[in-house]
Design a binder for this molecule. Structure first.
Ligand SMILES: [Zn+2]
Ligand SMILES: [Zn+2]
Length: 332
């Protein structure tokens, strides 16, 4: 089969033929229906992920159909449509048993220690699998592991209460445009921040209020902002912090430039009772929550474009294109 393979540390990728995967015990093989491109791929290609095995198949976001199950797989059958978490937990430790498998010591990452999903078929461990309800589209489902389910968990960790106001930075981005919808579906009022005048009207389709500009905190504070989902990172963190009313929580997702650090003024967070929540992934429970909202039509996938395996270069150009709105998908 064809796959996008990263040969070695900082050695880029190539589309090439690899052996078809066969499932081992506790594993299934899926036919990839949709995968999604992500900034994390770029960070992996730049060598920021220390645990990657080489060669490795790139890509960590997927929806597919099971074509073969390995030994000991009882709850899944060929024909099931599934998504995978971004990682494979062991399924046995106390974190896994409590449904907090994101904290599993033995977790292995797809496109890191395990082959990823930019391929015609992929091997997935059963501990990573979540069934997709019939009413959720492939496009909606592929957004769950790294985008909508991840945001859902972030808002759960932030104890979002109905009627609170959530501000989203980078609101026209692949994560941002969906974060607005997840927060809204969870009962929040939502404010979208974008630096692009051109994209403000699209953000306005999903947000109750739109703020355009990089200095957004003064405008934001015209109402109480209870939670910020910061999808950008160091360029927006200071304004995000200043936007919050007392008791506010910031869910930090974005880290566009991992080499940049931030000088945190502790007094400010102490006196304003602010919680900073670093956040990255989803558990099965969160994936199921986001899939349910997707199946109910409360989260609608926003797709910037879909490319084939051979068009992966074009996909990354689209990902980096400042004019695009939504996620770039891959259809092998
Ligand atoms: Zn991702
Ligand atoms: Zn575990």
């Amino acid at each position: 089969m064809k796959a996008v393979v990263v040969k070695g540390h900082k050695q880029g990728y190539e589309v090439r033929d690899v052996q078809d995967p066969r499932p081992g015990g506790g594993e299934v093989v899926i036919r990839v229906r949709r995968a999604a491109l992500c900034y994390r791929d770029l960070l992996q290609l730049q060598g920021f992920y220390p645990r990657m095995k080489y060669p490795v198949i790139l890509g960590h976001e997927v929806v597919g159909e099971i074509v073969e199950v390995g030994q000991g797989v009882n709850n899944f059958s060929p024909g099931d449509r599934v998504i995978s978490l971004l990682y494979a937990p062991d399924g046995t430790c106390h974190y896994c048993r409590e449904g907090e498998e994101a904290y599993c010591h033995s977790r292995l990452g797809y496109s890191e220690e395990l082959d990823g999903f930019f391929a015609e078929m992929a091997k997935v461990k059963v501990t990573s699998l979540v069934k997709v309800p019939a009413d959720a589209s492939d496009e909606g489902a592929v957004m769950v592991p790294c985008v909508t389910g991840m945001v859902y968990r972030g808002l759960r960790r932030a104890n979002l209460r109905e009627g609170e106001t959530v501000l989203v930075t980078g609101a026209s981005g692949g994560v941002g445009i969906h974060a607005l919808q997840v927060a809204k579906a969870m009962g929040a009022r939502v404010v979208g921040v974008t630096t692009s005048e051109e994209k403000a009207s699209i953000v306005g389709k999903y947000a109750d209020r739109v703020i355009v500009g990089s200095k957004f905190s003064e405008e934001a504070k015209k109402e109480d902002i209870n939670v910020v989902i910061d999808t950008v990172g160091t360029p927006t963190f200071d304004e995000s912090l200043k936007s919050l009313w007392m008791g506010g929580r910031i869910v930090q997702i974005g880290n566009v430039d991992p080499t940049q650090s931030y000088q945190l003024r502790l007094g400010y967070t102490i006196l304003k009772d602010i919680a900073i929540i670093g956040h990255a992934s989803a558990t099965k429970r969160d994936a199921e929550g986001a899939l349910k909202l997707t199946a109910e039509g409360k989260i609608r996938p926003v797709v910037a474009g879909t490319v084939s395996l051979q068009e992966i270069d074009k996909g990354y150009e689209m990902l980096k294109d400042k004019h695009k709105v939504g996620k770039v998908l891959l259809s092998p």
